[in-house]
Design a protein around this ligand. Structure first.
Ligand code: GUN
Length: 296
């Protein structure tokens, strides 16, 4: 079987066009949607993500605020910054880029973010609302995957979705979303993880296989059913002496082998990656809409 590529760039461009319209409508009524991103310390990967988020805000005509704080920032200083952003009416949503330096308490930070501004959907109140199917926001990576499935015409209703990995950022919320009623959901969901017995026997039953386990090329062709749709969330840097950099990015799926078996598949890079910032922007626009409607 030759598989169809599902590309985050294409799907996100469609969503950005819709967001531009919604941003225009908000501005016409006097609201400029604002997103702030807090970066503590100088982790190079985080610096890249934070810069990309700011650039995307600006390209959409949103108000963008990047707050950089030194690695030695104390918990008190960070909590004070969160209070400031909670109270800032020009900031409809914000996030604190993770991971934080080791001496800082991530949980306390997340719990301090006003749920109505928590565009990451990491606050327990928002996680709970998502679980009961009354979400304000959806977590960016799972929401992006759901949009890829919907917009590339992969039927989810009644299908067996197997989620590989149980992180709080991807696996668990992904499973919670796919089991809800509605478009791009209504699935039968199984979650497998590092402690699962007969993992391959279960992944082989998947109509839709969503892989976020953080192990390079973990899913091999024998673990995939003929005709399955395969979504690869992994970004693993591996050695590649044939490249000038000496490394390359690979997913959690053995793409070259699995692509001949899948009906549709996301590559790495270029698959799920571009969707995450896109859905963050969608949450920020949603936060501004709710604020403009006086609902939050
Ligand atoms: N670090 C890696 N991904 C994310 C994310 O989605 N949100 C935040 N705040 N930090 C991250």
């Amino acid at each position: 079987m030759t598989s169809r590529l599902i590309l985050g760039k294409d799907v996100s461009e469609e969503i950005y066009a819709e967001l531009r319209q919604r941003i225009g409508a908000l501005k016409a009524k006097g609201t400029v949607p604002g997103l702030a991103v807090v970066l503590v310390g100088d982790d190079p990967a985080s610096q890249v993500y934070v810069r990309k988020k700011g650039e995307m805000c600006e390209s959409l005509g949103m108000h963008s605020l990047t707050v950089t704080m030194p690695a030695e920032t104390t918990q008190e200083q960070l909590m004070e910054k969160i209070s400031e952003l909670n109270a800032d009416p020009s900031v409809h949503g914000f996030l604190v880029q993770l991971p934080l330096p080791k001496h800082l308490d991530e949980k306390q930070v997340i719990n301090a973010i006003l749920p109505s501004k928590d565009v990451d959907c990491f606050h327990p109140e928002n996680v709970g609302r998502m679980l009961i199917g009354e979400p304000s926001f959806l977590p960016a990576t799972p929401a992006g995957i759901q949009q890829m499935l919907i917009r590339s015409g992969v039927e989810t209703k009644g299908k067996h979705v197997v989620v590989v990995g149980r992180s709080n950022i991807v696996g668990k919320p992904m499973a919670a979303m796919m089991v809800q009623k509605g478009l791009g959901a209504d699935s039968t969901v199984t979650v497998v993880h590092s402690r699962t017995e007969n993992l391959a026997g279960i992944t082989r039953q998947a109509d839709i296989l969503i892989v976020a386990i953080g192990k390079p090329r973990f899913i091999t062709a024998d673990m995939v059913k003929e005709g399955a749709a395969v979504i690869d969330v992994g970004t693993n840097r591996v050695d590649d002496p044939s490249r000038p950099s000496g490394t390359r990015l690979v997913g959690d799926v053995d793409f070259d082998a699995v692509k001949d078996k899948a009906s549709a598949i996301t590559p790495v890079p270029g698959g799920v990656g571009p969707m995450t910032i896109c859905m963050l922007m969608a949450n920020a626009v949603r936060a501004a809409e709710l604020s403009a409607e006086g609902k939050r």
